[in-house]
Write a protein that binds this ligand. Structure first.
Ligand code: HAM
Length: 452
């Protein structure tokens, strides 16, 4: 019995005994097996490639941080801190509480300060790519572990940098194959003093109709009335129509910043849509905020969110440093791409190629196995890609079948005759042509076949 048959038997008896207690990945998470990873790798490579173009350098921060880093910077009343953190409470009294990172901006700001950047090199353009964790109700486009591609640019307050960041995010989607389906919605959150005045106005405006609003709005009004503007409940959204706008409270400088940001974006050929409803769910934003939406996804249509956060570095212990960035969520991006039939198949080809066997080494008899193993090792040392062979005691016929099934382009076969003559039989799996090749010419002949 070869290994395949043995495993099939074992699988059959396992599924008979297997009941509902089989292990599952946690709710809101998913495994990415090799085939599924092809699309994600395409997104990741596109991100890295563009980061090089825009000249942003990669950073990696821990997957968990002190809980208070997030509660202070994102805000106690933000949904993320209030309801969605994966938190490990202090293990002994007086020790620290940690949380899996729900986002990457606060960790980047912490790393910027801890790395001494404010004094040594305040202008930094960084990107990160990795998992974030939010204890949300899993639904279309929302997961409990999801990937973000984020960029953070520290040390410059120019509105042109805000425009660069938005242009970067849009370029990412264009590289994936998106056309005009996406909408970039922009707004300004002003400076803290502007917001303080606006906060009072919003509070007074919302208070009378509060009983008609959802319970979230009712609990948020005192602590953070901006969040009422961001409510996704239809009835509350209706009640928001006509709410006072921050625009009338903007100081001259932040109004000028916004105008220059929008004008620069337009000069870059972009068509931002001014949307005073974009208030973002995190407290650290100042001035520019923006989101990129794929409208068919509905309320949860944001593929990307970002903005300026000029107070955050100081908040986490550094000297005042302006900064701006974005994060793109891969989950919603993947859904939008699937709906649009993206990416084009040829974009995935290089990643699919990595999954394919290129050369399958076949041993005719048991005595030829060692020579076949040595051959595979020799090809791998020469960095031939996708070299494989049988370890499951398959007959020569079954090995050839396996080679065909794997999609191998070339079979390299060794039998007693080949060993005696110090050569290898190369079979082109497409044309079925075979040829005995002396060991000395093996690599050249094989590479030529792979290039055909
Ligand atoms: P955010 O808007 O909270 O911003 O998240 C950015 C994107 O991450 C969202 O537009 C969405 O696509 C994705 N996302 C968020 N939560 C989930 C989830 N539970 N499941 C799947 N995708 C999700 C931030 O995180 C800020 N740090 C962005 C930023 C960077 N601002 C300045 N720099």
């Amino acid at each position: 019995m070869d290994e395949d048959e043995r495993l099939k038997g074992a699988e059959l008896s396992f599924s008979k005994t297997m009941a509902s207690d089989a292990y599952q990945s946690p709710r809101g998470t998913r495994d990415l097996l090799p085939e599924e990873l092809v699309r994600v790798r395409f997104l990741e490579e596109t991100a890295r490639d563009l980061a090089r173009t825009f000249h942003y350098q990669e950073i990696r921060t821990p997957l968990f941080e002190e809980t208070r880093l997030f509660s202070r910077s994102l805000g106690e009343t933000s949904d993320v801190v209030d309801k969605e953190m994966f938190t490990v409470p202090p293990r002994v009294e007086g020790s620290l509480s940690y949380s899996f990172r729900p986002e990457g901006t606060a960790p980047a700001a912490r790393a910027y300060v801890q790395g001494g950047c404010p004094a040594s090199a305040p202008y930094q353009k960084w990107f990160y790519l990795g998992p974030m964790f939010r204890y949300e109700r899993p639904q279309k486009g929302r997961e409990r572990q999801f990937t973000q591609f984020g960029v953070e640019a520290f040390g410059a307050n120019s509105p042109s940098l805000d425009a660069e960041v938005v242009d970067f995010a849009l370029r990412f989607f264009e590289e994936l194959g998106f056309g005009a389906e996406l909408e970039v919605r922009v707004n300004t959150m002003g400076d803290p003093e502007d917001r303080e005045r606006w906060k009072g106005q919003l509070h007074d405006y919302f208070k009378p109709g509060l009983s008609e609003r959802c319970s979230d709005c009712q609990s948020r009004i005192e602590r953070n009335p901006f969040r009422l503007l961001d409510c996704k409940v239809a009835q509350c959204q209706k009640l928001n129509e006509g709410a006072p706008s921050l625009r009338s409270e903007l100081a001259e400088e932040s109004a000028a910043h916004h105008a220059k940001f929008v004008a620069t974006l337009e000069a870059l050929g972009r068509t931002p849509k001014d949307d005073p409803g974009i208030v973002r769910g995190l407290d650290y934003y100042t001035r520019t905020v923006f989101e990129i939406h794929y409208p068919p996804l509905g309320a949860r249509s944001a593929l990307c969110g970002g903005g300026r956060y000029d107070g955050l570095v100081e908040e986490v212990g550094g000297t005042p440093t302006p900064a701006v960035g974005f994060a793109i969520g891969f989950t919603a991006t993947e859904i939008a791409m699937a709906e649009l039939g993206l990416p084009k198949p040829e974009a995935l080809e290089p990643f699919q190629r990595d999954l394919q066997t290129q050369v399958y080494c076949v041993a005719v008899s048991e005595e030829d196995r060692l020579a076949t193993t040595q051959l595979a090792s020799q090809l791998r040392a020469a960095r031939v890609q996708g070299v494989d062979l049988d370890y499951r005691n398959k007959s020569v016929k079954a090995q050839l079948k396996e080679a065909a099934k794997s999609g191998a382009r070339v079979v390299a076969l060794i039998g007693p005759d080949e060993r005696a003559a110090s050569c290898v039989c190369l079979r082109n799996m497409r044309t079925r042509d075979e040829k005995q090749v002396p060991e000395s010419d093996l690599l050249t002949e094989l590479l030529a076949l792979l290039e055909e």
